[in-house]
Write a protein that binds this ligand. Structure first.
Ligand code: C5P
Length: 248
């Protein structure tokens, strides 16, 4: 799959809504300004595959952010079903599922796609950004989070996964370790004025769109700065403009 070179193609807006009508109503307002919409566990659990169908019909691609983590056979089945949905361009799994699970997901993402046709890309979540060293230790994962993240990024790449979801703080090192082709999607992005004056919601470590692109992100994932804006179109357009200027 080749992603459009327009700066908007790097913007993924998280549709964190509890019902499909409210998600679609919102998505319609900004559909021409974004590269993809992210449908996560909240909306997918509430509305199911209909959410993908209705949102994809608005034009942008879909990042189906369901973070699969199960035995290889089950994950392969889930990835196969996700990849078969029209409009899905990104699907993800947890790297902590291990090599066999990752390989099963890699095989499934291409299965059933005709030769030469586009296939969705597969991303992995390394360590959840909500985990710190203490909470990692509690579940038996030692060492500083960043070195774990890098080891897991390399493991996923060796298994054939296309990229990772990672914080901007980790993006530069992942880019260096895994090379130019490896995809990096970064959440926790907050436009500048919000960074300096307003609360950061529950994101502990944030970065501006410019910082994310400069750190090597291919995609930035933005939720509340657009969802909660008084003028979502302007908020989205300002982020696209910042992406464009960071890339030039
Ligand atoms: O509202 P906000 O911009 O913080 O939304 C970020 C989105 O990215 C949410 O949908 C959240 O679930 C998702 N996400 C995240 N951190 C990760 C992976 C995904 O914040 N490590």
């Amino acid at each position: 799959m080749t992603f459009d070179a327009h700066p908007r193609s790097s913007l993924i807006v998280a549709l964190d809504f509890d019902s499909l009508p409210s998600a679609v109503k919102f998505a319609k307002q900004i559909a021409d300004l974004v590269g993809m919409f992210k449908i996560g566990n909240q909306l997918f659990t509430a509305a199911g595959p209909a959410a993908v169908k209705e949102v994809a019909a608005l034009g942008p691609g879909i990042f189906l952010d369901l973070k699969f983590h199960d035995i290889p056979n089950t994950v392969a089945g889930a990835v196969l079903s996700a990849a078969a949905m029209t409009g899905v361009q990104l699907v993800n799994v947890h790297a902590l599922g291990g090599t066999a699970m990752l390989r099963a997901a890699v095989q499934a993402i291409s299965a059933g796609v005709p030769m030469g046709a586009d296939r969705p890309r597969l991303l992995a979540v390394t360590i959840l950004t909500s985990m710190d060293q203490k909470s990692m230790k509690e579940v038996g994962i030692g060492g500083p989070p960043k070195s774990r993240v890098l080891k897991l990024a390399k493991l996923t790449q060796s298994a054939g996964v296309d990229g990772v979801v990672a914080s901007v703080q980790e993006a530069k090192a992942i880019r260096k370790l895994c090379g130019r082709e490896f995809l990096i999607a970064t959440p926790g992005v907050r436009p500048k004025q919000k960074n300096s004056q307003e609360p950061q919601d529950d994101q502990a470590r944030t970065a501006t769109p410019r910082e994310a692109i400069k750190a090597g992100a291919d995609f930035i994932i933005v939720g509340r700065p657009i969802l909660a804006a008084s003028d979502p179109r302007t908020a989205a357009q300002e982020i696209v403009d910042e992406i464009a200027s960071a890339k030039s």
